[in-house]
Write a protein that binds this ligand. Structure first.
Ligand code: AHM
Ligand code: MG
Length: 344
């Protein structure tokens, strides 16, 4: 008897495109426009995967200097990823404008009313890890634009709870795209098979465990933290077998990688505000909001320490925020420390 392993359980041969087209991501996906937009994002992810996978080789071969062997200017990988997303989303007429970590202002594509969405993204998250062969990623959020007037920055400055879809791509030991169109529709992961050139459903309906056993924070910032964060950090490293402490420490320094692990295995990721970054380091629109959307859809939580991330009214395109996300119980405990309801 042939042994078809776990892949059968996740419906063999279910590509991302089929999954979207069969409406499994929910009602907005039923519109051809939304489907087509998500397909463009997954196509961009394939192109960026190919660039990321060749980046080390390009270095070895020495054609990442100012000029390549064809005499063309060679872009840095994060700029190249940005160009790829801007160009890909500019096709098919569904995306009216773009906001990107790499662009100071929004980038207009069209004022045609048929372009009903705006997309915000961090094209290549984890830039400090690009040159050292550690996982990097792309983060994106899709918002419906207002129907009246031309598309403006105001179409982007909306709380994250209004996102129509959010997701990320992780360029790790394999490339995975994780996507949600909302709490009722769940969070689904697709693994890229480079030999076929398709994303296949590999993680259907991801649920973040209620409580985890790892914490993820840049401990190098400890001297700059506020007292409640210091107390929480001491608590989570303290010894209490019954409560599952100490938690194990894991920190990649790429949000996509740290959040991906936390989404699948539970626990907590925190980048709190500190003396150096009083508003936090991470960006609300294209880092915190997409992940907050995904964590809530998978049964987890996301806060800035006191408020729900998805309720924050943005005032600036590149606004920063403190970000704490993970298992419900672990994030709730962090918030108790922040509110000084507990000190140990
Ligand atoms: P980037 O968008 O320039 O890559 O910066 C964001 C990154 C996140 O991926 C990561 O969580 C964080 O910065 C790490 O910061 P630090 O090096 O201060 O720990
Ligand atoms: Mg980033």
């Amino acid at each position: 008897m042939s042994d078809v392993s776990g892949t059968q359980a996740v419906r063999m041969g279910m590509t991302l495109e089929t999954f979207i087209m069969e409406g499994m991501l929910g009602s907005p996906a039923a519109t051809g426009v939304f489907t087509s937009l998500l397909n463009q994002i997954s196509f961009a992810a394939k192109l960026v995967t190919s660039q990321v996978r060749r980046a080390g080789l390009a270095n070895v071969l020495g054609y990442t200097g100012e000029v390549n062997v064809q005499g063309e200017q060679v872009m840095k990988l994060d700029e190249l990823a940005n160009e790829t997303l801007v160009t890909t989303l500019g096709r098919r007429g569904h995306c009216a404008a773009i906001a990107s970590e790499e662009l100071d202002q929004i980038h207009h594509i069209t004022n045609d009313k048929r372009a009903r969405y705006v997309v915000m993204f961090d094209p290549l998250d984890g830039s400090s890890n690009i040159d050292v062969n550690i996982s990097i990623g792309t983060i994106f959020g899709v918002m419906r634009r207002s129907d009246d007037g031309d598309v403006t920055e105001a179409d982007f400055l909306k709380p994250g709870r209004e996102l129509a879809a959010a997701g990320y791509v992780i360029y790790g030991s394999s490339t995975m795209l994780v996507l949600s169109t909302g709490r009722e529709k769940g969070v689904h992961g697709f693994t890229y098979d480079p030999t076929v050139g398709e994303f296949f459903l590999s993680h259907e309906n991801i649920r973040t465990p209620k409580k985890g056993s790892t914490f993820s924070i840049n401990e190098g910032n400890a001297s700059r933290w506020e007292e409640p964060v210091k107390r929480w950090s001491d608590w989570i490293k303290g010894d209490n077998k019954a409560e599952g402490r100490p938690y194990g420490g894991r920190y990649v320094g790429t949000l996509v990688a740290d959040a991906h692990r936390t989404l699948l295995k539970g626990g907590i990721f925190a980048y709190p505000a500190d003396k150096k970054s009083p508003e936090g380091k991470l960006r609300l629109l294209y880092e915190a909001n997409p992940f907050a959307f995904l964590f809530e859809a998978s049964g987890g939580m996301a806060t800035n320490g006191t408020d729900r991330i998805l309720d924050i009214q943005p005032t600036k395109l590149h606004q920063r925020t403190a970000l704490v996300l993970g298992s419900q119980e672990d994030v709730a405990t962090f918030s108790q420390f922040m509110r000084k309801e507990r000190v140990s």
